[in-house]
Design a protein around this ligand. Sequence first.
Ligand SMILES: C[S@@+](CC[C@H](N)C(=O)[O-])C[C@H]1O[C@@H](n2cnc3c(N)ncnc32)[C@H](O)[C@@H]1O
Length: 287
Amino acid sequence: MASEIEIKRQVREFYDHVGWQEASDGFYQNASYEDLRPVSHDYIHNCHLRVLRHLHPSGRLLLDAGSGPIQYPEYMEYSKGYQRRVCADISLVALREARKRIGDHGLFIICDIANLPVKSNTFDGMVSLHTIHHLPLDEHIRAYQELYRSLAPAAKGVIVNGWDNPPLTRFLNFWIGWVDRLYAIFRSQPIVTDRGKDSLPSANQTVSRGTYVRKHDSTWLQKEIGSLMPIQIWCWRSVSVRFLRTFIHERFAGRWFLKILYSIEELFPHFLGKYGQYPLIELRKYE
Ligand SMILES: C[S@@+](CC[C@H](N)C(=O)[O-])C[C@H]1O[C@@H](n2cnc3c(N)ncnc32)[C@H](O)[C@@H]1O
């Protein structure tokens, strides 16, 4: 088992040399873990914008913990009403790229989010998207505590991270497994991975995570984090990229299906936040 320092070194090296290198069409390699096909665009876009509902619309400083290069246009919206966006990341390449995007609106700190070099009660808003899962498991609590500590009284923050094998994903993976098997029987051509096109079938396009990732389940979060600070679990996105690539296609009414899925997520945000793939965890600091 690698030490905590070694894990962080591996993660940093991965993002410096792979994740934040441009892969194609102006996208970073990291975007290959997302579904960027036109058929899924509106759904993915609207899920990204859900974050805004859980932040104060304006303030002095917004912390982006594990900012990466602020890779999607929707991410820019989070700090629009804030004077400055403080990007904190372990990867120098991430921060250089972020600076190209937001220039003087940004302040940039190279650091570990489990040991934030900032005063308590500093930020009016905070986002941390898909980052805590890169920390060694026994540092997750400390990362939540650091993010909470950095928030000003009454400030709000949003953390998005996938669950470890949630019930809805387990159920859907069962059906994805069947699609994989059927495809293996009927296919006559080798599978060609084509992220940019709405091609069939994508069930086999499981992309390797590439670096260290460890996740918890909702029981852990409620017990370990819910006892330390006020949290609320909402739905960010209930289905995985693997599900989207397998079942969502233009010619099978994919857009229509995703509109319905989005409406169902809006109707049952707490249920699908808890049992779906990606929760949005809202933190609100006591006044
Ligand atoms: C999956 S990327 C997410 C980037 C961005 N939040 C997004 O959603 O596109 C994870 C980011 O977290 C950073 N990271 C990983 N471990 C970190 C740590 N311990 N402290 C600070 N940043 C870290 C990585 O360098 C990388 O930029």
